[in-house]
Write a protein that binds this ligand. Structure first.
Ligand code: GTP
Ligand code: MG
Ligand code: ZN
Length: 359
């Protein structure tokens, strides 16, 4: 088994002091969480673990449970006699949180005990300052240092103009420009990856987070999207994962976030052109899908509006409309919308009733 130096993994006096309270247990850091099963890195390497009944019972909401990046106390450092049991989660120094779309007040923890947040945004399709602002605000709330990492510089023709825009949206934040297309395209990020420093990568799906991490590590540890597969919207990375960089530093890869909490004001500002067109749709509640007399779709047909832009707008609008609902309401609303297109509101109601009966 490979021995791990826990200081390389980010251990410091703060956590050592906390751990000293539990002399009979061992320190470990959570690297992966799959529902109830965890992978934790111990001094003896990675082991499978689950949380103790007591910890399960005492947890009041999802933030109480261990998450990727957390330091925990486990009862064993091998899997010879089954999963290790996590008895305690040590206090966090920082936490990156996201409010869940669909649930009223619940937040979800993306990563714990991070020093730096790399907010990744590509210089081509994904470039969106409003979205960048939302990522910045969750990064500022985390107590870690935000850094903007612009990817795919090779696909951008007016980099200096884009940089100027980013500087105005991210005042006082370091902004790095990267590309996977040549050897030193990631040189700018290396100075943030020093011994014991934890960097979390966040940003939309497909911007190149996992590609960047593979380059830093120097191999293809993480799956990245196949260039030929045009599966836009499908996430390549499916779970958060903490990895130790052999040359120093720790990274946490995350799947592209689909539902960052949005604000309708921000949406209107970013899509003022579409909102302007929508005023001319025949129906005031036009969803710009396949309704007759839709001015927005007409603009797409005339080549005045890109279909991708409309797609993004509709997607964001959808997310927005689920906000503030509890999970049951979201489920009902989804069913209603599914049938709305085929004119089957009654069918939708019946299905909802049926589902409620089963519960
Ligand atoms: N041209 C160009 N393509 C890149 C660059 N970086 C990444 N890509 C490509 O972009 C695609 C997506 O990269 P990934 O690393 O899988 O993206 P990701 O951010 O991890 O996506 P999720 O895991 O879905 O969140 C892949 O096909 C990469 O090869 C770059 O600098 N330039
Ligand atoms: Mg990925
Ligand atoms: Zn319309």
């Amino acid at each position: 088994m490979t021995r791990t130096n826990l200081h390389k993994l980010g251990l410091n006096c703060f956590f050592e002091q906390e751990a000293a309270l539990y002399k009979e247990l061992h320190l470990a850091r959570v690297s992966v969480q799959h529902k109830d099963i965890y992978l934790v890195i111990t001094a003896n390497g990675e082991v499978r673990a689950e949380i103790s009944g007591k910890l399960q019972y005492l947890g009041r909401d999802s933030l109480d449970y261990p998450a990727v990046g957390d330091w925990v106390m486990v009862d064993r450092i091998d899997n010879v006699s089954g999963n290790a049991i996590i008895h305690h989660r040590l206090p966090r120094k920082s936490a990156l949180l996201r409010k869940c779309a669909g649930t009223a007040h619940d937040s979800q923890i993306i990563a714990a005990n991070i020093d730096v947040v790399f907010i990744c945004m590509s210089l081509n399709n994904d470039f969106n300052l409003r979205r960048l602002e939302r990522y910045l605000s969750i990064a500022w709330d985390s107590a870690a240092k935000p850094v903007v990492v612009l990817t795919k510089a090779d696909l951008c023709e007016n980099i200096s103009a884009k940089l100027t825009e980013v500087y105005t949206a991210a005042i006082g934040v370091d902004v790095l420009e990267t590309t996977s297309m040549h050897e030193d395209g990631y040189a700018a990020v290396s100075k943030y990856l020093s011994h014991g420093t934890t960097v979390a990568f966040i940003g939309s799906s497909g911007v190149g987070k996992s590609t960047l991490i593979n380059r830093i590590i120097g191999n293809e540890s993480l799956a990245t999207r196949d260039i030929r597969a045009d599966d836009k919207g499908r996430h390549t990375t499916t779970h958060r994962q903490l990895l130790l960089i052999p040359s120093g530093g720790i990274v946490i890869d995350t799947p592209g976030m689909r539902e960052l909490q949005l604000e309708s004001a921000a949406l209107s500002t970013s899509f003022s052109d579409i909102e302007e067109l929508a005023k001319h749709c025949r129906f005031s509640d036009c969803a710009h899908l396949s309704e007759p007399g839709c001015a927005v779709n007409e603009a797409v047909r005339d080549g005045k509006l890109s279909p991708e832009r409309l797609h993004n707008y509709v997607k964001l609008q959808n997310e927005l409309s689920y906000q503030g609902m509890n999970s049951r309401q979201v489920e009902q609303e989804k069913i209603t919308r599914m049938f709305k297109d085929v004119g089957g509101k009654k069918q939708a109601r019946d299905l909802v009733k049926l589902k409620q009966k089963r519960k």
